[in-house]
Ligand binder design. Structure first.
Ligand code: IPD
Ligand code: CA
Ligand code: CA
Length: 263
């Protein structure tokens, strides 16, 4: 697959930041046994990865705005374009030495997601998509899972963290889901959940309480693989509202039926 200049810029930034995260992940594995744990070290690794990403992207596309988890909003001189960046999605996994985490870079043009890159440097999985050109994992074209019977389906989800609202309504949703599907999975990385749904590993995915940087890249990658992605009400406010439901047309319809009406 020949990559466009834009995707090359995004991929190179992700690979560079990924090398740093890989090294730091090795160190985290050593720090596991210390009493203090690797908390501060991980925060520093997270910030370093974000700095690398922003520097690389700005070098190639000066003027684009940025929304990044650690440094927030930076207005650009080019008001049409905005990078939406999570330097480390799956922090809790990273902190615990679990190798399911990813760098996530989305590009928005005039308010529409037009390109996305998700990279897990430990699994060596690079997911890319550009609007209208399909989604790829390490150069292999991705397609949504075709399963239509819920009883055959594995559905991914994310749970409200400690002290976050919405736990009771979430548990109702989970109960409805568990009674109907073959299995429910929780990776701890929303970017990974969407990438794996794009790859057909998961038949669907739902979650609430997300931030735009968790899902910006994943939304376009999943859509370009043919996955239907909406908010919990079937609309298009995933980035603003933080809820998401994804799957092929049939599974997506079932998921919306299970989601709490007020979420
Ligand atoms: C988190 C992950 C997780 C989701 C949380 C996010 P972080 O991002 O995406 O899957 O359940 O809501 O905050 O904190 O690891 O970047
Ligand atoms: Ca995140
Ligand atoms: Ca993060």
């Amino acid at each position: 697959m020949a990559r466009t200049a834009l995707l090359n810029v995004m991929v190179n930034a992700a690979l560079k930041a990924g090398r740093g995260l890989s090294r730091d992940f090795g160190e985290v594995e050593n720090l596991q046994v210390s009493l203090k744990g690797p908390g501060d070290f991980v925060s520093a690794a997270d910030r370093r990865a974000e700095e690398v990403l922003i520097a690389e992207l700005a070098r190639a596309r000066p003027g684009y705005g940025v929304l990044a988890e650690e440094s927030g909003t930076t207005e650009g001189t080019d008001s049409a374009h905005r990078w939406i960046i999570d330097p480390l999605d799956g922090t809790m996994n990273f902190l615990h030495g679990i190798p399911i985490f990813a760098i996530s870079i989305g590009l928005e043009r005039e308010g529409t997601m037009v390109a996305g890159v998700i990279y897990n440097p430990i699994m060596n999985e690079l997911y890319v998509a550009e609007r209208g050109s399909g989604a790829y994992l390490n150069d292999r074209r991705l397609r949504t899972a075709k399963r239509n019977k819920l009883a055959d389906c594995v559905i991914a989800t994310g749970m409200p963290h400690l002290h976050r609202p919405g736990q009771d309504s979430y548990l109702e949703e989970l109960r409805r889901m568990m009674r109907n599907v073959a299995g429910v999975r929780r990776t701890g990385s929303a970017a990974t959940d969407l990438a794996w749904t794009a790859a057909g590993r998961f038949d669907g995915y739902w979650q609430h309480g997300l931030q735009p940087w968790d899902i910006a890249a994943g939304v376009i990658i999943a859509r370009e693989a043919g996955v239907l992605v909406t908010d919990a009400a079937g609309g298009n406010t995933m980035l603003e509202g933080g809820s998401i439901a994804a799957g092929n047309e049939t599974i997506h319809r079932h998921l919306l039926g299970f989601l709490a009406p007020d979420s």
